[in-house]
Ligand binder design. Sequence first.
Ligand SMILES: [Cu+2]
Length: 205
Amino acid sequence: MNIKIVCLILTLLLSNNNGLGNEETNDKKAKKGTITGTIKVRGLRDARDVVVFIEHLKGTYQPSKETHVIDQKNLIFFPHVLPILVGTTVQFPNSDEVRHSVFSPSKIKPFNLGTYSKGITRKVMFDKVGTVTLLCNVHTEMSAFVIVLENPYFGKTKPDGTFIIKDVPEGEYMIKTWHEKLKEKSLKVIVQKGKTVEANFNLRR
Ligand SMILES: [Cu+2]
């Protein structure tokens, strides 16, 4: 083959690749969509505190800079369910006049923060994916859950059962539910840029 033609083809290929590469990088930021839906539940007061998350999507994600807190107030943990990205630190302030003693018997993150008074905040960094149950040694009725997830694409239902997962990169995913009392379910969704895909679930115990 003529060397000039080979050179021309190579040049074209290279320049083309560069062009594509740049476009891809730019497009990647824009190629995001939304997953939303409503979860109906049976046998519960309302449909709050169901976590919906994308399964099997590992990656390197930076925990958000916002502060994650589970407060202890009026003898309850609030929020009752907190989904977070793995690597996130959660603060556990005591806002009650009485002392609390937060601990977790969980396999992935057993800890005991000891007994502490109002105004004191203790922290835990969650470095493994899974479910962490929180309990209080003083008040046996107190409980909460930290759901540690492998990517930042998750949402949590409001009492009416609605949830939203924003800024999801384009692609085909399995999304899954978690609830302390309801059986988990999975569903396939296809996320397209600039669009909202709906995923509805009926959950039962
Ligand atoms: Cu307590």
